[in-house]
Design a protein around this ligand. Structure first.
Ligand SMILES: [Zn+2]
Length: 721
């Protein structure tokens, strides 16, 4: 704590205004923010702040109360609702062959009833479709539409063996889906088309006649073909959407945080709407911040265009009760994270049994939350983030990198993320295809958390950034592989980081101690470590050649049991456990260990402190925002339409690392200091959750105020001149 405060003080003294005026991260030299909608985007999208969806089941035509449904979404001021057309079950009197009418549809035009009821109330509607599955009769008539396993068998779904998976590369997508879209255009008015269940969350493995001619599944060469196909279909569907209504558009289902199958940068270029289908924590040990990671991904790739995160009000998680809600606190925090990270809140329930569902507790929850956001819409209109650190999330690494044993890139990110939150840093995510100088100049430091796959061109961009005075922090196998997943003989960033490989990745034997890091001399990254000569190392390391004057050296792991043998046979080596360099304003740090992953799986506080110290050292003392106070928080700072906003999420909760949240545990005063761009001054400061004005001071371009307490979420909204 003392150390953090010392650093904060130092930055306050030395770094005044530097964030906005340093040429390296010259946010102040950015062109003025363009207030018109991004190219190709309908103007109404810019002001869309709420989305609602009752996911229509086959039974709903018999039970759902259409008027109550439309009244609800209108009352909560949802700007858009989804109405199911589908592709698996038809909700209208379709003529498209193999578009099977639902069992309870009878002679009804259920899609039409819903669409009319919504539009009568001024709601915009999207026709929701599912291209991923079809039935046995379609399989018999069109065997070429379907995915095949290696033996050539069609692939049924796990829950419903009568439904088979269709293949993205086949005419199912160009003949069948387009016929449905044109049928909708012919008979109804909609604002666009949305496809669920596509493109897939996992890269398809298919041996149909088309796919047999493609490069092997799960390779970068296959990925290129997959991305080409997705882009081709996306454009085709978008053109069909526009055949009736020039403002209409098409989009599909994304999400999964740092994990995605389709090239996210390509999606960002083509899509008007990022549908972040990240509905809640998925696994038992998922931390609460899965939604903000999603928001950071969307912010990186959408360039200011809309991203909406789907919050499932139903019971998401390892056991999924689709028609029973999860704890209101868990849902509320997910919505808080959506708003804080710059996405549009979107609530999602399944089915309308008994009119609005068997479990109707979600209605009030959605109503209260949306009513609160509606009062403060203007302060959620973000122009750009205020952050001095970029974290690369490495999509190719996430897709193709073969991590040792049980190491996962999600845990690797969660380890780094936890250190970033504990250190209260302000950071953005970036995709590895976004390392151009224009984008990087905003940041004093770029973090590469085991970004193993980097092309030569990407390494050159990082080299140029460092030569311009930028700083880097990299770990483990960063740049050891090309973008085609070929292992290099030495790091692609060897010269930039001052390192050379010295052999293969080393793990630990059986249950033995992982390696240790021996302190050779004092340094800022070791602040707070007293009375110890050793620190924990990591589970795995990529050995690197000796360097002059090392700060930390490797003590190889040794026997853990029996304790009689638990001592270091080799107590000292010349192998570095960290490599630091300093040239002008540029600082680089490289950890040969998978330090952030080890931190995450072990919960090791020394590793967190070491990472935080190192991030602070590379990022320098030009923090644009600091927040002092107790508790585990995640914070965002935005330049907004009216001025600025600082969002603070309170994760100080026993269920932060294992869901669901059961209650909120308020934290005390949080003292915020925000450096303003030159020429800006604050007129008013208010708290949007507490709904009251607060006092503030302005001093030398820095605005300072204190948020007295926070339950789950608070937003300090600053109106500026
Ligand atoms: Zn196929």
């Amino acid at each position: 704590m003392l150390n953090r405060r010392t650093f904060v003080k130092a930055s306050a003294a030395a770094g005044t205004l530097a964030y906005w005026t340093d040429p390296l991260h010259a946010a102040a030299t950015l062109s003025p923010v363009d207030e018109s909608a991004p190219a190709g985007q309908p103007a109404w999208l810019k002001t869309l702040r709420r989305v609602g969806q009752t996911n229509i089941t086959e039974h709903d035509p018999a039970v759902l109360d259409v008027e109550a449904w439309a009244d609800y979404w209108s009352r909560v001021k949802a700007g858009v609702v989804y109405v199911s057309v589908t592709g698996i079950i038809a909700y209208y009197q379709t003529q498209v062959p193999f578009h099977r009418k639902g069992k309870y549809l009878a002679g009804k035009d259920f899609f039409g009833e819903l669409n009319t009821a919504a539009r009568k109330r001024g709601l915009r509607t999207f026709a929701r479709m599912s291209p991923d599955l079809n039935w046995g009769d379609a399989l018999q008539a069109h065997p070429e539409w379907f995915m095949r396993d290696e033996q050539g068998n069609a692939i049924p779904t796990a829950d419903t063996p009568e439904l088979f998976q269709t293949c993205t590369f086949t005419p199912y997508m160009t003949d069948y889906m387009t016929a449905i879209m044109r049928e909708i255009n012919a008979h109804y008015d909609v604002d666009g088309f949305y496809m669920n269940g596509w493109p897939m969350f996992n890269m398809p493995v298919c041996y149909c006649n088309v796919c047999r001619k493609l490069p092997p599944p799960k390779t970068p060469a296959y990925w290129d073909k997959f991305n080409d196909r997705v882009m081709q279909l996306w454009k085709l569907y978008d053109n069909i959407a526009k055949e009736k209504n020039r403002e209409a558009f098409y989009f599909a289902n994304m999400g999964g945080g740092i994990h995605a199958t389709t090239n996210l940068v390509q999606i960002g270029e083509i899509s008007q709407w990022f549908q972040a289908d990240n509905q809640g924590r998925g696994r038992m040990d998922d931390p609460i911040w899965g939604c903000t990671q999603q928001g950071r991904v969307c912010h990186a790739i959408m360039n200011g265009k809309l991203a909406a995160n789907v919050t499932g009000l139903w019971s998401t998680g390892p056991l999924r009760w689709r028609e029973s809600i999860k704890s209101p606190q868990e849902t509320q925090m997910w919505l808080d994270e959506t708003a804080a990270s710059g996405m549009v809140p979107y609530i999602h329930v399944i089915g309308g049994e008994k009119g609005m569902g068997e479990d109707r507790r979600w209605e009030k929850l959605g109503e209260d939350y949306f009513a609160w956001t509606a009062k403060h819409d203007v302060h959620f209109m973000n122009r750009r983030s205020i952050a001095n650190i970029a974290v690369v999330f490495g999509q190719r690494t996430n897709l193709f990198y073969q991590a040792p044993n049980d190491m996962t890139m999600q845990r690797n990110m969660d380890g780094l993320y936890s250190a970033l939150l504990e250190g209260r840093f302000f950071f953005d995510f970036l995709h590895e295809d976004q390392l151009d100088p224009d984008r990087l100049k905003k940041y004093t430091a770029v973090i590469l958390p085991n970004i193993a796959l980097l092309s030569d061109a990407q390494c050159a961009q990082l080299r140029a950034y460092v030569n311009q005075g930028g700083s880097l922090l990299a770990t483990f196998e960063t740049s050891m592989y090309t973008d085609q997943n070929a292992r290099r003989a030495d790091f692609g960033l060897a010269d930039v980081l001052g390192i050379h490989t010295a052999g293969k990745v080393i793990g630990r034997r059986g249950n033995s101690n992982p390696f240790y890091a021996r302190i050779e001399r004092q340094h800022a990254i070791l602040a707070g470590f007293t009375d110890t000569d050793w620190l924990p190392g990591a589970e795995y390391r990529q050995p690197v050649a000796a360097v002059e004057n090392p700060i930390l050296t490797v003590v190889p792991g040794f026997v853990a049991y029996p304790p009689e043998l638990s001592y270091p046979p080799t107590p000292q080596t010349t192998e570095p456990a960290v490599v630091l360099q300093e040239r002008g304003s540029s600082r680089t740090a490289y950890f040969p260990g998978n330090i952030e992953h080890s931190l995450w799986i072990a919960g090791n506080t020394d590793l967190s402190r070491l990472l935080q110290n190192t991030i602070r050292w590379v990022a320098g003392e030009t923090n644009p925002v600091t927040i002092e106070g107790d508790g585990l928080i995640e914070a965002f700072a935005w330049e907004t339409d009216p001025g600025f906003a600082v969002h603070i999420l309170n994760y100080t909760n026993p269920n932060t690392h294992r869901g669901w949240l059961r209650a909120f545990y308020p934290i005390g005063p949080q003292r915020v200091r925000l450096h303003l761009p030159p020429g800006r001054t604050i007129r008013k400061a208010e708290l949007l959750r507490a709904e009251k004005k607060i006092p503030f001071t302005m001093n030398g371009g820095v605005v300072e105020f204190t948020i007295p307490s926070i339950d789950d979420y608070e937003i300090a909204a600053l109106t500026a001149e």
